[in-house]
Design a protein around this ligand. Structure first.
Ligand SMILES: [Zn+2]
Length: 204
């Protein structure tokens, strides 16, 4: 469907997902793309296409630049790698130290809402925000997967090894017990049983 000026309005998502036509309503903000290449997509497929574009172009360029030693510093912030309740890895970034814990809580809550009953497991934190995140994501672009909870990476040994070579820096080590303490309080409120052996204080 088009307006008088030829712009697309309304209609259904033109994306085919694993060979099946989506057919959902086009997102409220309209089709995606410049005026000369408009694609009618629903909200979900707009997000997926954006992620794919970023993954294909921005992150791979950053990874290549980092590999060649062309980056002399990164944008402020921290990049984290966490083990998700669905057994995949998330690579994300925040602008400030105090956002790390907040972000991990938000992600945990998203998974609990989706029916998962496990906490996340932080694997590594790197200095550097958005640009560092892009460089690491680009390095592991071949492991990237996408589902309704966003972009993730399959836990391939090379990715795990990369995280284990970094781990959580000493000055941020406090984040782990703080997160675990939060989970111990949060989980029961969401009707999740925590095994008695996990996270227990010593009771002599
Ligand atoms: Zn769609």
């Amino acid at each position: 469907m088009t307006n008088n000026d030829g712009t697309l309005v309304g209609g259904t998502c033109g994306v085919s997902e694993y060979g099946v036509q989506c057919g959902n309503t086009v997102r409220a903000r309209g089709p995606v793309g410049p005026q000369w290449a408009q694609v009618p997509v629903c909200e979900k497929h707009a997000a997926i296409l954006t992620n794919w574009n970023v993954g294909t172009y921005r992150t791979q360029m950053m990874a290549e630049m980092e590999k060649r030693g062309l980056i002399s510093g990164h944008l402020p912030g921290y990049t984290y790698m966490i083990w998700l309740p669905n057994d995949r890895i998330k690579i994300g970034s925040v602008g400030r130290e105090d956002r790390l814990l907040e972000r991990w809580k938000e992600i945990t809550a998203d998974y609990v809402k989706a029916g998962y009953k496990d906490p996340i497991k932080p694997l590594a934190v790197f200095e550097g925000g958005k640009s560092k995140e892009a460089a690491i994501q680009g390095k592991f672009n071949h492991l990237r997967v996408q589902d309704e909870l966003g972009e993730q990476f399959t836990p391939d040994p090379e990715l795990i090894e990369y995280a284990e070579n970094q781990r959580i820096p000493t000055d941020l080590a406090y984040l782990i017990p703080t997160y675990e303490k939060w989970w111990d309080q949060y989980a029961p409120k969401k009707g999740i049983d925590i095994p008695a052996s996990a996270g227990d204080d010593w009771n002599f």
